[in-house]
Design a protein. Sequence first.
Length: 610
Amino acid sequence: MSAPLPLRNIAIIAHVDHGKTTLVDQLFRQSGTFRDNQRVEERAMDSNDLEKERGITILAKCTSVEWEGTRINIVDTPGHADFGGEVERILSMVDGVILLVDSSEGAMPQTKFVTGKALALGLKPIVVVNKVDRPDERIQEVLDEVFDLFVSLDASDEQLDFPVLYASGRNGYANSDPSLREGTLTPLFEKIVEHVPSHAADFDGPFKFLVTLLDRDNFLGRILTGKVQSGTVKVNSPIHAIDNTGKVIETGRASKLLAFRGLERVPVEEARAGDIISIAGMAAATVANTIADPAVTEPLHAQPIDPPTLSMRFAVNDSPMAGREGSKVTSRMIRDRLEREAESNVAIRVTESADKDSFEVAGRGELQLGVLIETMRREGFELGISRPRVLYGTDESGHRTEPYETVVIDVDDEHSGTVVEKMAVRKGEMIDMRPSGGGKTRITFSAPSRGLIGYHGEFLSDTRGTGIMNRLFEKYGPHKGKIEGRKNGVLISNGTGEAVAYALGPLEERGILFVGVGTPLYEGMIIGENAKPDDLEVNPMKSKQLTNFRSTGKDDAIRLTPPKIMTLEQAIAYIDDDEMVEVTPKSIRLRKAILDPNERKKASRKKEAA
C-alpha cells in the first residue's frame, strides 16, 4: 500500500453570510477537486434544502482537497450560535482554524462564540479578511477588532501572532498585501500547510476514534464521523464503543470505512491516526462515545456541550383538520423522529409528557427549533407547537435565574432610538453604543432570552428591514421579573366552514386578518389580530341573506385587503401561552390550545383564581 499523504485538518469559522461556503467552493476548484468543465452548484457545501433557502450553514460537513502532495481535510462549521452543539464537537477533530471575517462587518457575535471555543482548545488561527473588494471595506479597523477579540478571549501570545491574508472568495484570490485585487488562492494553501501543525500522530498505539458527528445513510444505516486519534483500523477489524465513564456500549466490527474526497465519501481499506473518517456498522454508539480496539478501556475526552436554553411543546395535531395533509400524525411517529434527532444532535433534549401525546423539546434557540419543525413538516409530519419558553435555573442562594443573551444590533442612525426603547421594554440593558460608519450605529445589549422571543419580526418592521440583529448566549443571570407580552388580542372563529367575503369585509375594521376568502376554518382557529387588547369571537362565514326583493342600487363590490400570511417563525413568535401553531406539510394555522369557547372560559377562570 502506498504511503499516506501528509495531513492538515482545519475548520473554517465565520459568521453567517461572510462567504465561508463560497470560499470552500473556490478551494475545490483551484485544487483540481472539480474538473474545469464540471458543472457544480454554487455553495456546494450547503447541501440541505433549508441551508440553500436560508443561505446559512446548519450542519457541520467534512470535505477534503489535495494540494501539491498534502491532503487538507476541511470542516465547514455552522456560523449560527443556535447550532453551537455542532461547533463544539467538531473543533476537537481539527489542528488549526481559518477565521474568516467580512472586510466591512468585522468580527460578529457568532464569530466570537466559535473562536472562543477554538482558542480554548489551543488551536492557532489564520485570519482571512474576506470580501476585500467591497466598496465599504474597512480592513484595518476590522483587523484591530479581531485582535481585540482575541485579547478578550484570553488568547495566548502564540495565538495573537496570527498570519493574515486578504481575500475575495467569490473572485478566488488571497494575498498577503491588502491592496492587491487579483491572483489565486495559492497563498492560502501555502499558509495552511506552513502554519497548521500536522496531527501529532501515534501510529503504533491502539486504535482510538472519538465520534463527533452522527448521520444516517439509506444503504449503510448509522454513520459515525470523527478523527482517528491513534493507531490504525482496517475493514472488519474488531472494535468496541465505550461511553465517557468507560462502560462498553457495544462490540462489533468496522464493517465499512469511508474517507472524504472532495464532496464524496469513498470506501477505504484502512485509516491511520490523524485521518478524519466515517465508520458504518455500529448500532448503538453515538456522539461523544469512543470507538476503539477491544483492549482499550480508557475513553477519549469529549468536549462538554453548553446546555439548552429554550423549549417548545411538540404535540399530536388534534385540530378538526388533522390528517388531511400529512402522512405522519401519530405520537409514536413523532416520538421516533424526535429521538432520532436528539441522538444525532446533542444540543437537543427530548422529554415525553405524562399524557404521551406531547413532547417537550429543548434546544439552543428559536432558529434551531424552527429548523427542526420545518424539516419535520417537509417529511410529512403534522404537529401542534406551543409558544417557546425559556428554561430557568437556580443560583447558590436558591434564587431563580434565567438565560441572558448578548444582542448586537446594527441599525441606521434614525432607527436607533426606537430600538433602544423597544429593548428597554424587553428588559435589555445597553452595554455599548457607537457609530459604525455609513450613517449606521452598532448597539450592544445584555437581555434576558425571554424578552427576545418574538422580537425579530417587530425589529425588522421598526427598522424598515434594514436592521441586522445578532444574538449569542451569554450567561444565566438573575430573573428580571414580568416582561410585557403581546399587546393585542386575537379574532377567533366561532364556527367551522369557509371564510366568506361578505363576513370578512366588516371584520377588517376590527383588526388585521390572517385569512382570505375561501380559507377553510374551524371553531377556535385564530383568523386575525384584534385592534383591542381582548380576544374576540367572530363569525367569518356569515353570508348575505337572499330575498326575492331587488335592491334599488347595485351592491358595492367588497374589496378586501390581502391577508397577513405568517412564516413558521413569525407564527411561533406571535402566539401567546394559551395558543398553538398547527403545522402541516401545506399549511400553518394559528389556533387556541382549547378550541371549545366554554372550556376556554373555564380554564381562564381557573388560571385567574390560581
